[in-house]
Write a protein that binds this ligand. Structure first.
Ligand code: HEC
Ligand code: HEC
Length: 218
């Protein structure tokens, strides 16, 4: 016999292992999900695995991220197209959930007391006393959210730019929960959540550059 069956011929190693593909994909996510860029997606470090999987499935199936008028969500719809398999989806969700939470710059100011009373009336039943979330209601933890993203999402739920899809059950209950809350009240709630159980505060770059003892404005 002169020739070997095809499977015996040594192939050059061109394919990546699952692990390597997972790592390469995380690097792509990090183009938008680190705190390096000004125009970017939210920090995902330390979010719950189940919630990340849930949202990635929504983006992948078009339940979230298909509305061109919601530009940032649309951008993520494109980001989600990089995920080629269930394995990769779970890999990236796991990776982000295992990272230590990152500190965030406090950008939202508001009346914390008012925010607390609204939170107790309208949010605590699903998201818990310390914003820890409740998987039974598919309500995520609110402890990792940066202020700007938190407020933006509340506005999107309120205006029907998120939670609009007929299959988005969780999104719809959240859209109902944010219905008719004024902008000022939204700010107050966000300010309260961040103050009470949000990410650790990071000093902004601008404040870091101020010489010690200097008075603003400078
Ligand atoms: C081109 C930029 C871009 C890339 C690449 C990208 N994302 Fe996003 N992502 C965004 C933006 C922007 C949002 C916020 C969407 C919104 O405002 O509703 C987002 C939102 C998300 C959310 C929802 C977070 C939440 O709190 O609900 C998840 C989860 C997510 N991205 C995961 C990923 C993963 C995993 C990858 C890599 C496979 C990835 N993204 C790649 C831009 C991107
Ligand atoms: C009826 C239960 C319920 C109530 C009440 C509720 N939520 Fe939610 N919330 C949810 C669910 C479910 C989701 C997940 C939505 C999804 O899957 O897109 C969610 C998502 C969110 C998110 C998005 C988190 C992210 O990472 O993008 C924010 C922010 C939020 N809720 C804040 C609040 C605030 C503030 C209130 C009170 C004004 C509130 N919620 C009241 C159930 C609720």
């Amino acid at each position: 016999m002169s020739c070997l069956p095809e499977s015996k011929i040594a192939e050059p190693q061109l394919t990546l292992t699952d692990q390597e593909r997972g790592e390469a994909l995380v690097a792509e996510c990090m183009l938008c999900h680190s705190n390096k860029e000004a125009q970017r997606g939210p920090i995902l470090h330390g979010m719950e695995t189940w919630y990340l999987i849930d949202q990635l499935e929504k983006f992948r199936s078009g339940v979230r991220g298909n509305l061109a008028s919601n530009r940032s969500e649309y951008l993520m719809g494109i980001g989600a197209k990089k995920i080629q398999s269930d394995y990769e989806l779970v890999y990236v969700a796991n990776w982000f959930s295992e990272q230590d939470p990152l500190p965030a710059i406090r950008t939202i100011k508001g009346d914390i007391e008012d925010g607390q009373s609204v939170y107790v009336q309208r949010c605590v039943s699903c998201h818990g006393e310390n914003g820890e979330g409740n998987r039974q209601f598919v309500a995520p933890s609110l402890q990792r959210l940066e202020g700007w993203y938190f407020l933006e999402q509340m506005r999107k739920f309120r205006s029907g730019q998120r939670g609009y899809h007929i299959k988005d059950i969780g999104g719809q209950s959240m859209a109902a929960a944010s219905n008719e809350i004024s902008d000022r009240t939204l700010r107050n709630v966000v300010a309260y959540c961040i103050d009470a159980f949000g990410p650790e505060e990071e000093i902004s770059e601008r404040d870091r550059l101020v010489p010690r003892g200097a008075r603003r404005p400078f």
